[in-house]
Design a protein around this ligand. Structure first.
Ligand SMILES: [Cu+2]
Length: 161
């Protein structure tokens, strides 16, 4: 099943009880919000994007929200669909990115890339071959481990969509 805007909103509605202003902000962005966090909401992972894997439609925007300070969202130059535009947010600032080209996008937080602060955006119809190609890109340190996890999650998301 595809992760539609409506479902995104429902999910956010369920998880944003603690932070009403964030929920309102999220609703104005179609529910496609990725938080930049010092610590994962669940578990003990630190320096994370949440959700780390997000599936959207072509033409949708994602708001990378500076929930905690000291983070940004920047595309990986070598993990973008052909012809797709790169982005680089300022540290500690929200950035909204619109995705007009389908495919798999890898991105990271500039100060915490080696700490594994990375994520994936899946835009439109993504195939397992696209994910495999993204998995071929060389990664270092903790980013490598996290991308392996995230690509496995992505694989499940596309197979159930
Ligand atoms: Cu960071």
């Amino acid at each position: 099943m595809k992760f539609t805007r409506r479902e995104g909103l429902k999910l956010l509605g369920a998880t944003a009880l603690v932070t009403a202003p964030i929920k309102a902000f999220a609703e104005s962005h179609g529910g496609n919000v990725v938080k930049m966090l010092n610590k994962a909401t669940e578990g003990k992972e630190r320096q994370v994007f949440e959700p780390a894997v997000i599936q959207i439609n072509v033409g949708d925007a994602v708001l990378f929200e500076a929930t905690d300070r000291g983070h940004n969202s920047a595309s990986n130059a070598d993990m973008l669909p052909e012809g797709a535009a790169e982005w680089k947010g300022k540290i500690g600032k929200d950035i909204e990115v619109t995705f007009d080209t389908p495919g798999v996008y890898g991105y990271h937080c500039t100060p915490h890339q080696s700490a594994g602060m990375v994520g994936l955006v899946l835009v439109g119809d993504v195939t397992q071959a696209d994910l495999d190609a993204a998995g071929e890109v060389r990664q270092r340190g903790k980013s490598k481990k996290r991308y392996e996890e995230y690509l496995a999650m992505a694989s499940e998301m596309i197979s159930s969509s």
